[in-house]
Design a protein around this ligand. Structure first.
Ligand code: SIN
Length: 177
């Protein structure tokens, strides 16, 4: 078995926490990133879920993130770790990742939370999402940290994501205000 690429678009962008041989920014087509997934195991608790990202199908969608190449000798261990980390409603998919020149450079494993998972929350007005983020915390830490670190990581990559940027601004405003 050869290397396996893993594509991250949420916490995996700023905290992969697994061994990889190479990392490359890239995008996948056909999806938008949205804070529509509930988190009861990382950024919230049962009965008081936080909000984390998933990918929502959209014909014109494009989501930038980070692709990681995992070597075969550590792959099994990394997949066990990722399956555990993403067990709150995400399942495995294989999607093509493209570079800045629109060249597909990998078919990557992507964890995606679909609307039929029990923690799915779906769409809500952004101020409501921001309020939920501000009051939520879980075993992995405060929910605002997830939003702000993702926004900072995307900014460092030169990626504009209007949904993430607008939510981060609301979360910051709520903190400062
Ligand atoms: C990902 O980062 O690719 C999956 C969602 C998350 O763990 O935040």
């Amino acid at each position: 078995m050869g290397s396996q690429w893993v594509f991250g678009y949420g916490s995996l962008v700023w905290r992969p926490a697994f061994p990889f041989a190479e990392q490359r920014p890239g995008y996948i087509s056909g999806f938008w990133r949205r804070f529509w997934q509930g988190s009861t195991d990382h950024r919230g608790v049962p009965g008081a879920p936080g909000r984390v990202v998933t990918l929502v199908p959209a014909r014109d969608g494009r989501t930038w993130g980070m692709a990681y190449r995992v070597e075969p000798d550590v792959l099994d261990e990394v997949l066990v770790q990722l399956d555990h980390r993403e067990q709150g409603g995400y399942d495995r998919h294989e999607l093509e990742v493209h570079d800045r020149d629109d060249r597909a450079f990998a078919t990557a494993l992507v964890y995606l939370a679909r609307p039929d998972n029990p923690n799915y929350l779906g769409e809500a007005p952004l101020p409501e999402i921001a309020a939920q983020v501000r009051r939520s915390t879980g075993p992995s830490g405060p929910n605002p940290e997830y939003v702000l670190r993702l926004a900072e990581a995307l900014e460092a990559m030169g990626v504009e994501d209007p949904h993430v940027d607008a939510l981060a601004a609301l979360v910051r405003a709520g903190r400062d205000g």
